[in-house]
Write a new protein. Structure first.
Ligand SMILES: *Cc1c(COP(=O)(O)O)cnc(C)c1O
Length: 417
């Protein structure tokens, strides 16, 4: 592929881009689960207007763009109050859940080294914890100690207790975990971290902008956020159920002292004193401003109303799936994540990957995961109004698939070449 020589008029260029998108999933139809979180036309509009204002701004230098400094501190402060952070809770905006988790792992490693002299740091987590913790361990030289989950898919806290030792820098809980959408026992997990003075990170990338609103709607949940003593850091993605466009998440620490282990400062460069809060250098102001605008536009009341529809969507999906012979929902998730698998108690030996292929023909897009083979749905307001159609198509797809098997057993969801 050779570099384009002559430039072309913008209309032509944009028309070519539009043509490229023909085979992309059509998330506007509501048939895609996860990936795009649609708060509705008004939310999209306010996000787009804020985005076009901040498309060119650079958040690397908040002395040049003091508005971005304010935007960051307000969004972080609002998120801290949502997650019941005590006075002094401090954090930063990042580009996404992965970066928030990388920052939290780095902070835990630095703290363990500085305060306890740990030179071979370890992370204790359950097999349900997000892959980003393994990525962080790989990048930052920590060893992962991985425990199994219990039959209900929650982290096995007793199994984790056996892995905690004097090298433990971080103990991880998820609220909720991604694969089956269940909440870990955060009180138990935080107590493990406290027993060795390690950090405890609650990964609320999925739940941070959902569970607080579900609680306000009366959905019961055991303490899971900064209300639990011993929780030292949390992550919450605004670009998921916060309905902001991609590229924005929050990482929070219980205090500024804990947050200081996250930042990087370097004073021995010809370019001058270099300080950075997270992993990026040059950094777009767009996602930060769009998140600010979406939160202001929706407010607590707007989020609670969106959450009401999402819970209704997810509950109806769970009930509908449970009624279909051959299928079952994994775990007792009460929020917006739904994983379905073949029901071993049924005579119908269904291959859910073949089911996923059949649903895709009707335009429904799920992520695939294993073990066990399952179809995963992150339900959101994008899916409001389509659940009856979905369940009807699901019932006919199950009948159509019968005992057929899909030859494609892969579960990967991104390309690396
Ligand atoms: C999405 C997610 C992450 C990773 O976030 P990205 O924004 O995809 O980088 C981490 N943990 C959980 C529970 C998630 O759902």
């Amino acid at each position: 592929m050779s570099f384009p020589v002559a430039g072309r008029p913008s209309n032509e260029v944009i028309a070519d881009l539009a043509a490229k998108r023909i085979t992309d999933v059509r998330w506007e139809d509501g048939r895609t689960f996860g990936m795009v979180y649609d708060g509705g036309p008004e939310v999209r509009e306010v996000a787009e207007r804020a985005a076009s204002m901040y498309l060119h701004e650079n958040a690397l230098n908040t002395f040049a763009f003091p508005s971005l400094r304010e935007i960051q501190s307000e969004v972080v402060g609002w998120t801290a109050s949502l997650l019941n952070g005590p006075d002094g809770t401090a954090g930063f905006l990042t580009s996404g859940g992965t970066e928030s988790i990388l920052c939290a792992v780095k902070a835990a490693r630095e703290r363990a080294k500085a305060e306890r002299g740990v030179t071979a740091p370890e992370i204790v987590l359950a097999e349900s914890a997000h892959a980003a913790f393994h990525k962080a361990a790989h990048l930052f030289g920590l060893t992962v100690r991985k425990a199994s989950v219990r039959p209900d898919w929650t982290a096995d806290v007793q199994a984790m207790a056996e892995l905690v030792n004097e090298n433990t820098a971080l103990v991880v809980g998820s609220a909720p975990q991604y694969p089956q959408g269940v909440m870990d026992d955060i009180e138990g997990i935080a107590a493990l971290a406290q027993s060795v003075d390690a950090n405890c990170h609650v990964d609320a990338c999925m739940g941070g902008y959902f569970v607080p609103f579900a609680e306000r709607l009366g959905r019961p949940v055991a303490p899971w956020d900064f209300r639990v003593p011993g929780v030292t850091s949390m992550s919450a993605d605004i670009h998921k159920l916060g309905y902001a466009p991609k590229g924005v998440s929050v990482v929070l620490h219980r205090s500024k002292e804990l947050r200081k282990y996250q930042t990087f400062v370097f004073d021995d460069w010809l370019g001058g004193f270099y300080a950075s809060p997270n992993l990026q250098g040059t950094r777009s102001g767009l996602p930060m401003a769009a998140a600010w605008a979406v939160i202001q536009h929706l407010g607590m009341e707007g989020y609670v109303e969106l959450t009401r529809s999402v819970l209704d969507n997810a509950d109806r999906m769970r009930d509908g799936i449970a009624e279909i012979d051959g299928l079952r929902v994994l775990g007792d998730g009460r929020f917006h994540l739904v994983a379905m698998a073949a029901d071993p108690a049924s005579e119908v030996a269904l291959d859910v990957f073949a089911l996923g292929d059949a649903l895709q023909v009707d335009g429904w897009y799920h992520d695939r995961q294993k073990p066990p083979d399952s179809l995963h749905s992150t339900v959101s307001n994008s899916n409001t109004g389509v659940i009856d159609d979905y369940l009807a198509d699901l019932r006919s797809a199950v009948a159509e698939v019968g005992v057929a098997r899909s030859t494609d057993r892969s579960t990967s969801y991104s390309t690396i070449d």
